[in-house]
Design a protein. Structure first.
Length: 105
C-alpha cells in the first residue's frame, strides 16, 4: 500500500500554479514507476514519461520521482521567499525530504 504524505503548505492537494492537480508516479501492476501523472477534476493527465533506452530503470524512476515532487518544491520555495525560513517552511522542507526518501513514492 502506498503511503501518502500531505504537504503542509497546500490545501486539498491542489496547486495554484499548475493547471493539473496533485502529481504522482504511477506504481503497481504494469507500471515501472517511470511516468508522472496529474490528478485533475477531469481524470488523470500524463505530465512526463521518463522512459529511456539509455538510462537504467532506477535512473528513470529517480527522474520521475523528482518531476512528481516539483510542484511541492516550488510551493515550499515560494513560501520561503514570502515568509522566510519560518516553522511552516521548515515543515514543508521536511515533507519534501521525507517524500524523496520514500522508496516507492
Amino acid at each position: 500500500m502506498k503511503s501518502m504524505i500531505v504537504n503542509p503548505l497546500h490545501h486539498n492537494n491542489t496547486f495554484k500554479h499548475t493547471s493539473a492537480g496533485f502529481w504522482e508516479r504511477k506504481l503497481g501492476t504494469g507500471s515501472k514507476g517511470n511516468t508522472v501523472w496529474a490528478k485533475t477534476t477531469k481524470g488523470e493527465v500524463l505530465v512526463a514519461n521518463c522512459s529511456s533506452k539509455v538510462s537504467s530503470l532506477l535512473t528513470q524512476q529517480a527522474n520521475a520521482k523528482l518531476i512528481a515532487i516539483a510542484p511541492d518544491m516550488y510551493m515550499v520555495l515560494e513560501d520561503i521567499k514570502k515568509h522566510g525560513l519560518d516553522a511552516n517552511a521548515k515543515r514543508g522542507l521536511d515533507y519534501i525530504f521525507n517524500r524523496m526518501s520514500l522508496p516507492n513514492e
